[in-house]
Design a protein around this ligand. Structure first.
Ligand code: ZN
Length: 50
């Protein structure tokens, strides 16, 4: 479980900024990886702009 979570966090790391990944606990055995982008990140702005 821990190994899978770690892998997912790395997979979702943003290549365009020094993003932080945070593991959010939603419920028992349900976690999601949240990406915290820099405000100037082009990827983040593209996502927000849609
Ligand atoms: Zn980013």
């Amino acid at each position: 479980m821990t190994a899978i979570t770690t892998m997912a966090a790395h997979t979702h790391d943003c290549p365009d900024c020094l993003s932080e990944t945070r593991l959010v606990h939603l419920a028992d055995n349900i976690h999601v990886v949240q990406i915290l982008h820099d405000d100037t990140c082009p990827t983040y702005q593209r996502i927000e702009g849609d």
